[in-house]
Design a protein around this ligand. Structure first.
Ligand code: INI
Length: 156
């Protein structure tokens, strides 16, 4: 990124050492969720997050993710959280409800608690789209969690 003289910049920091990360994963559409999880955990460990500082909590569906995130945030043990799940239009007529409400809940948790939450809940038309995006989306979510955890520390 361009440097501007005389302006302090909070640079992107992807050093995961010393961070506690909580992952909440929906078991609905489990194959896609597990693909998300493997991309996410690979990114976290690659960037130095110690597996002993991670927790994985699974819930029945995406609508149960926000309240679980809120509980983890309240524990004070985690610097950032990750929400993982797949909401697939082909599977349900209330796709919009599940997709919109889970995203809204994730946003609400981070704003209410101040603990950043990376939103790795995929919303797709069908299984194939979910399978082709799951690895990269999981990876991006892990990186976002590390970056935001470090940014929150830097700005405190
Ligand atoms: N939950 C998901 O995580 N993905 C979906 O695609 C989905 N669909 O298709 O309905 C889904 N529904 C379940 C929902 O999240 C709750 O678990 C359920 O309504 C019970 O509260």
């Amino acid at each position: 990124m361009a440097k501007f003289e005389n302006i302090e910049e909070a640079e992107r920091n992807l050093d995961g050492r010393g961070l506690g990360i909580g992952i909440v994963m929906s078991r609905f559409n489990i194959e896609a969720s597990e693909g998300l999880l493997s991309g996410c955990v690979a990114a976290l460990t690659h960037h130095g997050v110690d597996p002993s500082r991670m927790i994985l909590v699974t819930v029945p569906g995406a609508l149960e993710i926000p309240v679980t995130l809120k509980k983890l945030a309240a524990s004070g043990k985690y610097d950032a959280l990750v929400a993982l799940g797949a909401v697939i239009r082909g599977e349900t007529y209330h796709f919009e409800v599940v997709a919109n409400e889970s995203a809204k809940g994730v946003m609400q948790v981070q704003l209410e608690t101040g603990i950043p939450v990376a939103n790795g809940i995929l919303t797709t038309e069908n299984d194939d789209q979910a399978f082709s995006r799951m690895n990269e989306k999981g990876r991006e979510s892990g990186l976002a969690a590390i970056e935001m955890a470090n940014l929150m520390r830097r700005l405190s």
